[in-house]
Design a protein around this ligand. Structure first.
Ligand code: ADP
Length: 552
């Protein structure tokens, strides 16, 4: 068959999206992207910037962030570890408690970082022991940078506390919600598509993880009764066994758990609202992070619910586990990954990588048209792919789309050129603004005049500016498209994508307070209003219900 010149143009412009995986990335990530018709990056064959998504288990170098191209996304935000290391998280939450009151920030169990807080811990421990009529607390000791339940110890008597690395000693929630006598916690997936402006999505499906032995405070060293980590329980003797009320294995989906709660008259919507508040308040505690564009972070929030239906934050995971241990994992995680790709909002423009790669190396292969997968059409509505083109009655019918595509490339190129001409020499402020990809920040005097009476000075804003110090590299950092997570229509974050629900910004005031830097104080004010509206319509008779749940 003869290839027409226009068809050739189509092949050159419309190529499949390309993913790049670093070592040890779970296989399911590759599977999902291939299912969607993406192709894998080949370092030997392709240009360095000829990819759309780079996924790795460890943080990227700042140079990776600075050299990001508009069509690319990275799966980590710089310094996200500030919230995922147990001691950092404890410190941030403590600071927020001090600044904004314990009423709002009392969702994380009291914690001490050892050995630094040893004296404070002893004081608290002794105070409890001396108060008559008070049952002494149980404590859990966790190494700060380990995961999967490794190195954890639960104790009541200080003589049992031993550690040989930095640990946090946290109050052990000794009255967890039990189903048929088994302890459980929730693995909630949270995707932050931007820290500036703060944009948070929670995934409505998730995993309920059960301990596989019955909860018993009399046997604190039975890890299968006290820890809900799958890595521990899947090796336990009861994992495969049918457990009354729970079933085999150690997992449920959120959907199953929520229907279960509803059967017993528990207001699961209220519970989820409280959990969403925890997510927002926790992420606010680590803002500002250094400004970076076109990256996202998938966090795993571990939430424990007590027998009064109060949710507690246990920890936040970096790279939440994506291994498939059972069919429930497969259902939840596969769909989660598909929805993440949807959330990344790839557009037609993202297939035009080659045209925009500065200094493209000649002689290198680009992803050829012929390897384009079938699923690419589903990546983003309107993305013109081989399948779509093939379905078209004639090449001429793709002309308007192609024309529009070429036009947008031309516009981007012209804009970039223009801005280079308009600002031949960059001032420090203009560079900062460019890097922040934000409108001009008012000068101090302007800001003072603008400040509402009574709002005072926000320490967070000035702290944020300290992070925006120019680096030699950031002049290369040009954002030629607007942020990927915004909807086309009104330039606001897309409210829902697949199973992802936007939880922040949750109203107009929160949106405004997160636009020019994060105004934590104003956001907290809005959250307080929200919380007061979220009070339960009727008091739940928790005691009676817990009785039902535990005996089922
Ligand atoms: P890791 O990173 O090792 O998984 P976690 O903080 O998630 O550490 O703790 C592991 C498990 O221990 C949790 O899934 C939960 O079952 C239990 N756990 C942790 N902290 C507490 C706590 N403060 N109260 C009750 N149970 C806890």
């Amino acid at each position: 068959m003869e290839v027409m010149a226009d068809d050739y143009d189509t092949r050159e412009l419309l190529r499949p999206l390309v993913f790049r995986l670093h070592e040890n990335v779970p296989e399911i990530v590759r599977e999902v992207l291939l299912e969607r018709g993406w192709t894998e990056f080949d370092k030997e064959e392709q240009d360095d910037a000829d990819w759309n998504l780079y996924w790795r288990n460890s943080p990227f170098r700042m140079t990776d962030h600075h050299s990001i191209k508009p069509w690319q996304r990275l799966n980590h935000y710089p310094e996200a570890v500030r919230i995922t290391r147990k001691d950092y998280l404890a410190r941030h939450l403590k600071r927020m408690k001090g600044a904004y009151g314990s009423a709002l920030y009392e969702f994380s169990p009291v914690a001490f970082i050892m050995p630094n807080d040893y004296v404070k811990f002893i004081a608290e421990y002794s105070k409890e022991r001396q108060s008559i009529g008070r049952r002494p607390s149980y404590w859990i000791c966790k190494p700060v940078d380990l995961s999967r339940g490794r190195g954890i110890l639960i104790f009541q008597d200080i003589k049992d506390l031993v550690y040989d690395c930095t640990v946090i000693v946290q109050k052990y929630i000794s009255n967890p919600l039990l189903i048929s006598g088994y302890k459980l916690d929730l693995r909630l997936y949270v995707c932050v598509t931007s820290f500036c402006p703060l944009t948070i999505y929670t995934y409505e499906e998730g995993l309920v993880r059960f301990a596989t032995e019955k909860f018993d405070l009399g046997s604190l060293d039975n890890i299968c009764a006290h820890l809900t980590n799958t890595s521990i329980n899947k090796c336990g003797a009861s994992y495969e066994k049918y457990k009354e009320g729970i079933g085999c294995g150690c997992k449920w989906t959120f959907s199953k758990f929520r229907s279960y709660l509803r059967i017993f008259g528990i207001d699961d919507v209220l519970l989820w609202q409280k959990i969403n508040n925890i997510v927002i308040l926790t992420l606010l505690a680590v803002t500002p992070l250094p400004v970076a564009s076109n990256c996202f972070e998938l966090f795993g929030f571990d939430i424990l619910i007590d027998d009064k239906f109060k949710p507690w934050l246990l920890e936040v995971n970096y790279n939440p586990g994506l291994c498939l241990d059972c069919s429930i994992d497969d259902t939840v995680k596969r769909k989660l990954l598909h929805d993440i790709v949807e959330l990344l909002n790839y557009k037609q423009i993202d297939t035009f990588r080659r045209n925009q790669v500065a200094g493209t190396k000649t002689g290198r292969r680009r992803v050829p048209w012929s390897t384009a997968g079938q699923g690419a059409a589903e990546e983003a509505p309107g993305l013109l792919t081989r399948r779509k083109v093939a379905k078209c009655p004639s090449a001429s019918s793709v002309q308007p789309a192609l024309q529009a595509a070429r036009e947008s490339i031309r516009k981007v190129a012209t804009l970039t050129k223009k801005s280079a001409r308009v600002h031949p020499r960059k001032t420090l402020t203009s560079q900062l603004r460019e890097r922040m990809n934000m409108p001009k920040i008012p000068s101090q005097a302007e800001a003072k005049n603008k400040q509402l009476p009574g709002t005072g000075h926000s320490p967070h804003k000035s702290a944020q500016l300290n992070h925006w110090l120019p680096t030699p590299n950031f002049c290369n950092y040009k954002l030629t498209t607007r942020p990927y997570f915004l909807s086309d229509k009104d330039q606001r974050p897309i409210p829902r994508v697949g199973g992802f629900v936007l939880i922040f910004p949750f109203n107009e005031a929160a949106l405004q307070a997160s636009r020019d830097g994060t105004d934590v104080k104003s956001i907290i004010k809005e959250i307080k209003k929200l919380v007061s509206k979220q009070l339960p319509s009727k008091e739940q008779n928790t005691k009676k219900r817990v009785g039902y749940l535990t005996s089922v």
